[in-house]
Design a protein around this ligand. Structure first.
Ligand code: TXA
Ligand code: MG
Length: 348
């Protein structure tokens, strides 16, 4: 299949019309959202959803998020809108928040991975909302990466993974946030945070009071910790190299990473280091990539997946990463790093 790329300058761009038509006909379109690039198909068409799984190489028990362009599109997809769901959607939509509701019969099991619930999000990015509105159907969209690779934050990342596998890529430039949306299950009485993102735990609690935390967010899934978002059980966002997180006070972390890098390089390995502006001058060897200033976690979130992909391209053997605070956006950053590392952490 030939994959067409359209540069999109604004929400009136003709490429969006063509892409909407392809979606209506059951095809696949990658498009920018404010979080990461999505790989869209008609959410009400089981066969189209099936094509998404095939293009990504994704296990089909891993449900898709249905994207909508206005609040009136929510009602037909769900059987009820609990008070917390209403409150959260009013407060944070359009934006980087996905809510899980009991699904209506309109939504096929092919989209929800066989679940009785459906995840819904109204993206903040105007191009995404325009595309959905023109398509006239809810758009199922996982991140537009091959399964197991870091989510794409630029159209070039999408091209690397999806060229020849999908119909169209809408190139709207680099995304703003760089980490996938926050997911909250509002299908039961107390809302449950399933995946942290730019709408932070603190922001959710301010809006609706107590929010339960799925223990799988930072813990390694086992027989007692079964993630409620099926996607969180896979080794996710995984770079090819072995990634190890080093946690502790700043000085000891730098010291430890220097020691590890020295050992690995002595045995002929190529080593990458994920560091910050504050520490980048303190490493002696290895391939250094700073993800930004610790005081600006937005920048770190924005750069993280691109740096993981870059280390893949450089074919390093191991990566060491500094770790981050677990408050606010740091919680989402640490969740993605932990999963990319397969929970491999050294405490110093
Ligand atoms: O920011 C985002 O959410 C991006 C952009 C494109 O919108 N999309 C995205 O989709 O990250 P994906 O498929 O990569 O991640 C969706 C996550 C998976 O972990 C999946 O298991 C979970 O959402 N999920 C989807 N439906 C669910 C449901 N009904 N119940 C629980 N978890 C669900
Ligand atoms: Mg994904």
């Amino acid at each position: 299949m030939e994959t067409k790329v359209f540069q999109i300058r604004d929400k009136e761009d003709g490429g969006i019309f063509q892409a909407a038509q392809v979606l209506r006909q059951g095809g696949l379109v990658a498009f920018p959202t404010e979080t990461v690039y999505g790989l869209g198909a008609n959410a009400l068409d089981e066969e189209a959803a099936h094509r998404i799984y095939a293009a990504k190489g994704r296990p089909s028990d891993n449900p898709l998020i249905a994207h909508i362009s206005s609040i009136k599109e929510l009602e037909p997809l769900v059987t009820k809108i609990p008070e917390t769901g209403r409150k959260l959607s009013e407060t944070f939509w359009p934006g980087p928040l996905t809510l899980v509701f009991p699904k209506s019969r309109q939504v096929p099991y092919g989209t929800t991975g066989g679940l009785e619930t459906v995840a819904v999000r109204m993206p903040g990015a105007e191009v995404a909302r325009r595309l959905i509105a023109l398509a006239g159907v809810p758009v199922a969209a996982p991140s537009a990466n091959l399964s197991g690779k870091p989510s794409p934050t630029t159209a070039q990342h999408v091209w690397q993974d999806m060229n020849g596998r999908i119909d169209i890529i809408l190139d709207g430039g680099p995304v703003g946030i760089g980490l996938e949306s926050t997911i909250v299950d509002v299908s039961e009485d107390v809302p449950v945070l399933l995946r942290p993102g730019a709408i932070t735990r603190e922001m959710l609690e301010k809006a609706v009071g107590h929010v339960r935390i799925d223990p799988a967010i930072l813990g390694r899934p086992n027989e007692n910790i079964r993630p409620k978002a099926p996607g969180m059980k896979y080794r996710h966002y995984a770079p090819r190299a072995e990634l190890t997180l080093v946690e502790g006070n700043a000085c000891s972390v730098v010291e430890k990473i220097n020691e590890l890098v020295e050992n690995d390089m002595a045995s002929g390995k190529q080593v990458g280091i994920i560091c910050t502006e504050e520490t980048k001058g303190k490493y002696r060897q290895g391939i250094l990539r700073s993800v930004g200033r610790r005081s600006q976690e937005e920048t770190i979130a924005h750069n993280l997946f691109a740096v993981l992909r870059e280390f893949d391209d450089l074919e390093v053997d191991c990566i060491y990463s500094e770790s981050f605070s677990q408050d606010h956006l740091g919680y989402a950053i640490m969740n993605r790093l932990m999963k990319a590392a397969g929970y491999r952490t050294i405490y110093v």
